[in-house]
Design a protein around this ligand. Structure first.
Ligand code: UDP
Length: 246
């Protein structure tokens, strides 16, 4: 399947796809046995790429699909003169893929979060998307030497989609490091999405998402994120002063 040419936001390529196009692209990967590693790039991730060359390489060169997650990434792309059809938030894409999985029988593996969280997210997925097959769960706290047994367990589960909720950039670094050994066709980092499904974390109400205020809700709920969220105003300034599209 031909994926639209990426646009560049602060040197990071982003594919300007709609949610529907992103889901179809990933479904095509499953059906055709081609692995797709997808990154949902929000402003924080794009800023991490400015400081971390390894991470920038992972997002720029290793990912098959990089999607505009969050109001900041969409605003930046449009400000730079590109056509970005819509926000494709990681959490929403994860939900859409689970829905598609429940209709088509694709199998998912949930890797990440504190002990018990992936299992709680599985229970919530089964409630929201009846028939969905979550074929394995594993918490995200492990020693590096345990990675091989985690990979073996994921592969033995027969999963088509691997959702890794280890936080950025850890989840992308782990997925890229082991992608050649991993059998699932869709590899995707989803940050705190299991926490939302498990009820440990709330997502911003729809009106706040629509008003591009999801960041304010997260800050209100998790004031400890203040330092991390300083990346957002820095991102806006950097885009405003970048002067060119690269
Ligand atoms: N996490 C994990 N292993 C780790 C570090 C974090 O499984 O070594 C989980 C953590 O429990 C949480 C998620 O990763 O569920 C990170 O969520 P966050 O909202 O911080 O994601 P981000 O905003 O970084 O994408």
């Amino acid at each position: 399947m031909q994926i639209k040419e990426p646009v560049k936001i602060l040197g990071v390529p982003v594919h300007p796809l709609t949610m529907g196009e992103a889901v179809s692209t990933l479904e095509y990967s499953i059906q055709n046995g081609k692995q797709a590693f997808v990154v949902t790039a929000n402003a924080e991730i794009i800023m991490m790429c400015q400081q971390d060359a390894d991470y920038k390489k992972i997002v720029s060169q290793d990912a098959q699909l990089v999607l505009p997650d969050g109001a900041g990434a969409v605003w930046a792309g449009r400000h730079l003169g590109y056509k970005i059809p819509e926000r494709v938030a990681g959490f929403d894409l994860y939900c859409q893929l689970l829905e598609r999985a429940s209709q088509k029988g694709y199998k998912a593996y949930f890797f990440g979060g504190s002990p018990g969280i992936a299992e709680a997210a599985k229970a919530k997925s089964e409630e929201l998307y009846p028939g969905v097959k979550v074929v394995g769960c594993r918490n995200g706290y492990f020693k590096e030497e345990e990675s091989q047994s985690i990979i073996d367990e994921i592969n033995a589960s027969g999963a088509d989609m691997l959702f890794a909720a280890l936080g950025a950039p850890k989840q992308e670094k782990w997925l890229v490091r082991y992608r050649d050994q991993l059998k699932p066709k869709v590899l995707m980092g989803i940050g705190g999405s299991f926490d939302v499904f498990a009820g440990k974390m709330e997502r911003a109400p729809k009106w706040m998402q629509d008003a591009s205020l999801e960041w304010a809700f997260r800050l209100y709920k998790q004031p400890s994120r203040f330092m991390r969220m300083m990346a957002l105003p820095k991102f806006v300034l950097k885009v405003l002063f970048s002067g060119n599209k690269d």
